[in-house]
Design a protein around this ligand. Sequence first.
Ligand SMILES: CC(C)(COP(=O)(O)OP(=O)(O)OC[C@H]1O[C@@H](n2cnc3c(N)ncnc32)[C@H](O)[C@@H]1OP(=O)(O)O)[C@@H](O)C(=O)NCCC(=O)NCCS
Length: 179
Amino acid sequence: MIYPHEFSPDLVSIVQEFNCGPDEWSKDVNSWIRGGPDDGESALSCIANQNRWCRVWIYSTGESPTPETLVGYSSLGLGRWPFGTTKIPIGTIPFLGVDLRFQKQYHEGKESFAMGMYRDLLSSADALLDPQIKILGLYVDPRNDDGIKFWRKCGFENLEGKTYLEHGVAYQGMFSQFR
Ligand SMILES: CC(C)(COP(=O)(O)OP(=O)(O)OC[C@H]1O[C@@H](n2cnc3c(N)ncnc32)[C@H](O)[C@@H]1OP(=O)(O)O)[C@@H](O)C(=O)NCCC(=O)NCCS
């Protein structure tokens, strides 16, 4: 069983040791959840930003989250992506990560912790996003083999021509119709 908790400033102390890996793309996922509201790119600054809708959840193996029971986190935002000749509103997944202690592990039957978190994110997307939004999109580092494999299992595919260039890395846009 994993328990979702909506992320807020009072939970920031619990995520200070969150660690989903040493790779460049994992470091970004680590620092985004650990950062404070004034740290520029962080979960708390995203939540606090009045001009940008964003929700974040942390997941724990116990009913109340602690650093020891922290499995990982997921997030949801909004965007407009080009499909064909028009841009359409989509839900976005800015960041998602599973702590190293819980990666490649099943928590219920044959479902991994990562997949359990994603299923919960899907039900939040279904409940919270405008009914006209039917697509989720995200960017993935092209070197992130585990991430790409995971998103494919979740039903995502590359959106051709949709990349985002930062620090010399062309992040690949992936999308999935979730309802
Ligand atoms: C991406 C990420 C969430 C995927 O997590 P994960 O735990 O590897 O998730 P998966 O569900 O894909 O599990 C991986 C494999 O472990 C296997 N596995 C799960 N439990 C297992 C167990 N007890 N024993 C052996 N294998 C197991 C699964 O079968 C799966 O392999 P397969 O589906 O190819 O057969 C994780 O790697 C992560 O947090 N990475 C860093 C952050 C990141 O890249 N985020 C995404 C940015 S876009």
